[in-house]
Design a protein around this ligand. Structure first.
Ligand code: UD1
Ligand code: CA
Length: 451
C-alpha cells in the first residue's frame, strides 16, 4: 500500500492557567523532557511529511522549542482561543497546501505512543474519513463522550452539553483525531459555536462529517496513554506513568532494578545488560550506562557516561560531562563533573573531581579535591596513568601530574609534577617525647586545685 502524505498538527495554544506557572504548560517536563518535545517526538517516529504547531500569541519560548526540535515545522499563531476547531484553522495554510491524511494531537497529552497512532491512521486506510482515539475512562468527568451507533462513531458530546443519559457514557474522547477528507478546511468552516462554552469545537467535525455521508470510526486506546495534563497533580500522575514504562523497558532490556519504584529515569536513559541498580537512583537526561555496571544506592546522575563493569556509589554524584571508563570505581560522596576517568581508575571516597582527566589505573585518595575554580575561570587538572594521589590532597588547577607519580597525603599541589616523582607539600612532623603525659598530669593538678 502506498502511504499517503501525513500532516500532523499539534495544538499547543492552551495557556494552562491551572498550572500556576510562568512557564507555558507544554514546556513542563515529564521524564526530563518537555511535554511538547514528547509529542513532537511522536511526529518524528511517525515520519510525518509536514508538521504544524499552533501556539498562542506571545508564546515565543514554545515557538523556539518547536523549531529547535523540528526545524521544518510551521508554527502558527491562534490569535484568540476560540476552541479546538478554531485552533486547527490557525494552521489553515499548512492544511491548504497538504493533500493527504491529517492527524491532530494536543501538546498536553504527552504519553501517547506511535503504535496507537498508527492504529488510528490504519482506520483511515480501512475507509473512515474521520477517526477518533477513544478510551474507557475510570472517571469520565471533564471529557467529551463518544456516542456510537452500531460500532461507528455518531457524535462527540462535550460534557457541558450532555444529557443525563449521555453523561453516564464512559467511552471518552482523547482529543486525538485523524482525517482523510477532500475538504477538511471546508468542514472546519462549518463548525459553529452553539454550545455551552460558545467555542468552536473540533469534536463537532464528527457529526458534520456523518451528515455528509463520511464514515467515522473510533479506535480504543488506554486511559494511561491519553492522560491530558492540565494541572501539577496531573503532571505528577503523567510522570508516574512515564516512569513505570521506562523502568519496564530497561528491565526488559536486561537491567536489574532492586526497587524499580525508587529509580527515576529520563526519556533518553540508556542502560545496558546485567546492570544492577540499587534503590534510590536518579537519572537526569543524557546518561548512558554500559553493560555490567553496578550503581549502588542513592546516586544522582546526569549527562554522564559509565563504562562497562564500572561501580558507582553509594551516594555518588555524576554531573554533566562525567565520563567513566571501564572498571572505574567512584564511591561514596564523590562528585565528578566534566571529567574523564580512564579504565580502572578509582576514586572511592569523598572527592570532587571537576574539569579534568584521570589516567588509567590511577588511585585518587579520600578527600582529594580538584580546585578548578578561581572565582573567575575554570581550569583543568590532568592526572597521568597509574598516579597515586594521597588522601586529603588539593590539586590547584591548572596542574598536571605525570604518569606513575606519587602525591603525599595532605598536599596542596600548585605546580606540575614529573612522571614517577614523589611530590610532598606539608611541613615536617615534629615529635616531643613524653609531652602528652606531662600535659595530662599538669591539667589534672589544676582541676583538683580549682575544686
Ligand atoms: C478536549 C476535547 C474533549 C476531550 C478532551 C481530552 C474539544 C472541544 N474537547 O477538551 O472532547 O475529551 O480534550 O483531553 O476538543 N487549544 C488550542 N486553542 C483553543 C482551545 C484549545 O490550541 O482555542 C488546545 C489546548 O492547548 C489543548 C487542546 O487544544 O492542547 C485541548 O483543549 P482543552 O481546552 O484542554 O480541551 P478540553 O476541555 O480538555
Ligand atoms: Ca485538556
Amino acid at each position: 500500500m502506498t502511504r499517503r502524505p501525513l500532516l500532523i498538527v499539534v495544538l499547543a495554544a492552551g495557556q494552562g492557567t491551572r498550572m500556576k506557572s510562568a512557564l507555558p504548560k507544554v514546556l513542563h517536563k515529564i521524564g526530563g523532557r518537555t511535554m511538547l518535545a514528547h509529542v513532537l517526538g511522536l511526529t518524528q517516529e511517525l515520519a510525518a511529511d509536514a508538521l504544524a504547531v499552533v501556539i498562542a500569541p506571545g508564546m515565543e519560548s514554545v515557538r523556539a522549542a518547536a523549531l529547535e526540535q523540528v526545524p521544518s515545522a510551521r508554527v502558527c499563531v491562534q490569535s484568540e482561543q476560540k476552541g479546538t476547531a478554531d485552533a486547527l484553522l490557525a494552521a489553515r495554510e499548512a492544511l491548504a497546501r497538504h493533500s493527504g491524511d491529517v492527524l491532530v494531537l494536543y501538546a498536553d497529552t504527552p504519553l501517547l505512543t506511535a503504535q496507537t497512532l498508527k492504529r488510528l491512521l490504519a482506520a483511515l486506510d480501512e475507509g473512515a474519513g474521520v477517526a477518533v482515539l477513544g478510551f474507557e475512562a475510570a472517571d469520565a468527568t471533564g471529557y467529551g463522550r463518544l456516542l456510537t451507533q452500531n460500532g461507528w462513531l455518531a457524535a462527540i458530546r462535550e460534557e457541558k452539553d450532555t444529557s443525563e443519559s449521555e453523561r453516564a457514557i464512559r467511552l471518552c474522547n482523547s482529543g486525538v483525531m485523524a482525517f482523510r477528507l477532500d475538504d477538511l478546511l471546508g468542514l472546519l468552516a462549518r463548525i459553529g459555536n452553539a454550545n455551552a462554552k460558545g467555542e468552536h469545537y473540533l469534536t463537532n467535525a464528527v457529526e458534520i462529517a456523518r451528515a455528509d455521508g463520511v464514515r467515522t470510526a473510533v479506535v480504543i486506546g488506554t486511559e494511561d496513554e491519553v492522560l491530558g495534563v492540565n494541572s501539577r497533580d496531573q503532571l505528577a500522575i503523567a510522570e508516574a506513568i512515564f516512569q513505570k514504562r521506562a523502568r519496564l523497558k530497561v528491565m526488559r532490556e536486561g537491567a536489574t532494578l532492586i526497587a524499580p519504584e525508587t529509580v527515576w529515569l529520563s526519556y533518553d536513559t540508556q542502560i545496558g545488560r546485567d546492570v544492577v541498580i540499587e534503590p534510590n537512583v536518579f537519572f537526569g537526561p543524557g546518561v548512558t550506562v554500559e553493560d555490567e555496571v553496578e550503581i549502588r544506592a542513592n546516586c544522582h546522575i546526569e549527562r554522564a557516561h559509565i563504562g562497562r563493569g564500572a561501580r558507582v556509589g553509594p551516594f555518588a554524584r555524576l554531573r554533566p560531562g562525567a565520563d567513566l571508563g571501564a572498571q572505574v570505581h567512584v564511591g561514596n560522596f564523590v562528585e565528578v563533573k566534566n571529567a574523564t576517568l580512564a579504565k580502572g581508575a578509582k576514586a572511592n571516597h569523598l572527592s570532587y573531581l571537576g574539569d579534568g582527566e584521570v589516567g588509567a589505573g590511577a588511585n585518587i585518595g579520600a578527600g582529594t579535591i580538584f580546585c578548578n575554580y578561581d572565582g573567575f575561570q575554570k581550569h583543568r587538572t590532568e592526572i597521568g596513568a597509574g598516579v597515586f594521589v594521597g588522601s586529603n590532597t588539593s590539586l590547584v588547577a591548572p596542574v598536571k601530574i605525570g604518569a606513575g607519580a606519587y602525591i603525599g597525603s595532605g598536599s596542596v599541589i600548585t605546580k606540575d609534577v614529573a612522571a614517577d616523582a614523589l611530590a610532598l607539600e606539608r611541613s615536617a612532623q615534629e615529635e616531643r617525647p613524653g609531652w602528652a603525659a606531662k600535659f595530662r598530669a599538669m591539667m589534672g593538678r589544676r582541676k583538683a586545685k580549682a575544686g
